[in-house]
Design a binder for this molecule. Structure first.
Ligand code: SAH
Length: 223
């Protein structure tokens, strides 16, 4: 693990509640110790409104305002594990910062993270929370992530936490040779979590799971 979070002053809910979540992830097939350790040490409750924080260690997606949701821990673990499968990752692009929970997980496992969110108040709140955790290897952009972030590319890992109908071409182009993209693809009712691995100009697709994400909204940014 490269970047440790700072837990000073952040109350943790009971050890037992968090261990129960870890047990659930293991039961569902998450095997990477690296990923499990990071999920164990990431205080999910500080990403939620106080009224919902008692549910933070349940393995469910929960509302974060603006019609968006914090990702389900199992899905965060599954996506992160897929990105790490063939070795350490250096530079990651994330589309859909949301409350920043997935960002916090990946930032502890990569050298630098570039994250894009189209709803400014969500991005501002995520920035504050991630700063509180002492994670300094994250750059934020308010904008439409479906076109990627050319300036810092190519990336050896890209993850999207909102689902497009089809994979945006720009994301494939910004993937480094040997790089991996994890992305939910499909309409409202049913999506596939796909892992795309790039070798030269070839893109190999593996289906990881059936999932439900909020839609990736293309071409419009909300202020
Ligand atoms: N991993 C996040 C998930 C948030 S939900 C978390 O755990 O909180 C998905 C997020 O993607 C939402 O915040 C939504 O606003 C954002 N989003 C949707 N379309 C986008 C786009 N084109 N560019 C950037 N962000 C987008």
């Amino acid at each position: 693990m490269q970047n440790k979070i700072n837990l000073n002053g952040i109350g943790m809910t009971s050890q037992r509640t968090r261990e129960r979540l870890l047990g659930r992830l293991i039961d569902q097939g998450i095997g990477s110790m690296e990923v499990l350790d990071v999920i164990r040490s990431t205080p999910r409750h500080i990403f939620l409104d106080e009224a919902l924080s008692h549910r933070a260690y349940e393995d469910v997606a929960l509302p974060i305002g603006y019609n968006q949701t914090i990702s389900q821990p199992y899905v965060v673990a599954k996506m992160t594990e897929a990105l790490l499968r063939s070795g350490p990752i250096t530079k990651v692009l994330e589309i859909g910062t949301g409350c920043g929970y997935q960002t916090a997980v990946i930032a502890q496992l990569a050298k630098s993270v570039y994250t894009i969110e189209r709803i400014r108040p969500l991005m501002d709140r995520a920035k504050k929370t991630l700063k509180l955790l002492g994670l300094r290897n994250i750059d934020f952009m308010h904008g439409d992530g479906s076109v990627g972030w050319v300036k810092y590319g190519p990336y050896d890992a890209i993850l999207t936490t909102a689902a497009p109908q089809q994979i945006p071409h720009e994301l494939l182009q910004q993937l480094a040779d040997g790089g991996r993209l994890v992305i939910p693809v499909g309409g409202d009712s049913r999506q596939e979590l796909q892992l795309i691995t790039r070798t030269g100009q070839e893109f190999e697709t593996t289906i990881l799971a059936a999932v439900r994400f909020v839609p990736l909204l293309v071409g419009q940014v909300q202020h």
